[in-house]
Design a protein around this ligand. Structure first.
Ligand SMILES: NC(=O)c1ccc[n+]([C@@H]2O[C@H](COP(=O)([O-])OP(=O)(O)OC[C@H]3O[C@@H](n4cnc5c(N)ncnc54)[C@H](OP(=O)(O)O)[C@@H]3O)[C@@H](O)[C@H]2O)c1
Length: 321
């Protein structure tokens, strides 16, 4: 039976998102530039089904995840569902036959990307369509205009941006109102606290926080050995947070967080996610999972409201970190 978890309204839109959305980057599978190593499609499908059973009502994907594969897997699961989850996907990253990835935001390219995503996802309308990266910067207005046309045609309901600065959002607002900004936010990545959260709040825009567990390092389940043994095509091998000197500092932070989680009967992964959700400007956070057990654990964080004391203790730890 479907459960429910708290929802927050994506500000001026009528989308009510569960505070946790399912992230499907890793589900794109192995063998491409930004893969997370080999992934069994059957396990991916089970993870998505379990997330929906647990009350998660939206899925974040992108055309480029697995070079189309993540969207295909999501499409496979939702195809026969009478009550479909909210689907958020992204454009602006294209690839060639050799798997080289480029940022492209020309109108013609966006138009073919929308059609391809609809096909892979097996849906007629995309609920939230996001420009994945503002690259190349000079084409963001052109892409946004193309997306606004699709909204008029009824193939997209709402549009948002991802990895945009406040200045870039201001440039496209006059063309069509921006529904949401998707950006990284975790205890290890707090850039959006400087300007973006305030801008979105003032302009009644939603904020979608990605990588709340910093790609897994804040789950409490990483060790030096595990990092060394990551599959050859797991892009985290090239991520500085998984390399020295940051790795040791990050593992130490996790050990300092553990007693705070345990005192509350929770895990470090749950703490990392609840910490992101403590900010009222954040509509929801996207939590990645590649097997059912992972989302079973993390979904619990959607209902956990951290105490003021715990927030203060974590702040002090992060200052030291
Ligand atoms: N717009 C963008 O540019 C952008 C960028 C990044 C992410 N995103 C979106 O945000 C989503 C989430 O971010 P993310 O996947 O980068 O990072 P994340 O949610 O911080 O971490 C997800 C990873 O942590 C591990 N994990 C998850 N639950 C776990 C558990 N219970 N126990 C142990 N390990 C667990 C899994 O990897 P392992 O099992 O392999 O360790 C999983 O793939 C993505 O899937 C994507 O939809 C968007």
């Amino acid at each position: 039976m479907r459960k429910t978890i708290p929802t927050r309204k994506l500000r001026w839109t009528d989308l009510n998102l569960s505070t946790i959305g399912l992230g499907t980057w890793a589900i794109g599978g192995g063998g491409w530039k930004f893969s997370w190593g080999p992934q069994d499609d059957k396990e991916s499908i089970s993870a998505i089904q379990r997330a929906l059973e647990l009350g998660i009502n939206w899925i974040d994907t992108a055309a480029v995840y697995g070079l189309g594969h993540s969207e295909e897997i999501v499409g496979k699961v939702i195809r026969r569902l009478p009550d479909k989850p909210i689907i958020a996907t992204k454009c602006g990253r294209v690839w060639d036959r050799d798997g080289n990835i480029f940022g492209r935001l020309k109108k013609k390219s966006i138009r073919s990307e929308v059609e391809a995503s609809l096909k892979r996802l097996k849906i007629e309308v995309i609920d939230l369509y996001q420009i994945h990266w503002p690259e190349p910067d000079e084409d963001i207005e052109e892409a946004w205009g193309a997306i606004a046309d699709f909204i008029k045609e009824g193939k997209i309901r709402y549009a948002g941006v991802s990895n945009f600065s406040v200045e870039q959002i201001k440039r496209i607002q006059p063309i069509h109102p921006v529904a949401s900004a998707q950006s990284p936010y975790s205890m290890l990545e707090r850039g959006i606290e400087e300007k973006l959260l305030e801008y979105c709040s003032k302009n009644n825009m939603g904020v979608i926080a990605y990588s709340p567990m910093q790609k897994g390092i804040l789950t409490g389940k990483f060790t030096r050995e595990r990092v060394q043994n990551l599959p050859k095509d797991d892009h985290r091998r090239r991520d500085q947070r998984f390399q020295e000197p940051e790795l040791s500092a990050n593992l130490k932070l996790v050990e300092d967080l553990r007693p705070i989680a345990e005192k509350n009967g929770k895990t470090v992964a749950q703490l990392a996610i609840a910490w992101v959700l403590r900010r009222p400007e954040v509509t929801a956070t996207i939590v990645g999972a590649r097997r059912p057990s992972q989302i079973e654990e993390t979904v619990v964080a959607g209902e956990w409201v951290l105490s003021k004391e715990d927030i203060a203790t974590i702040d002090a730890l992060l200052k030291k970190h």
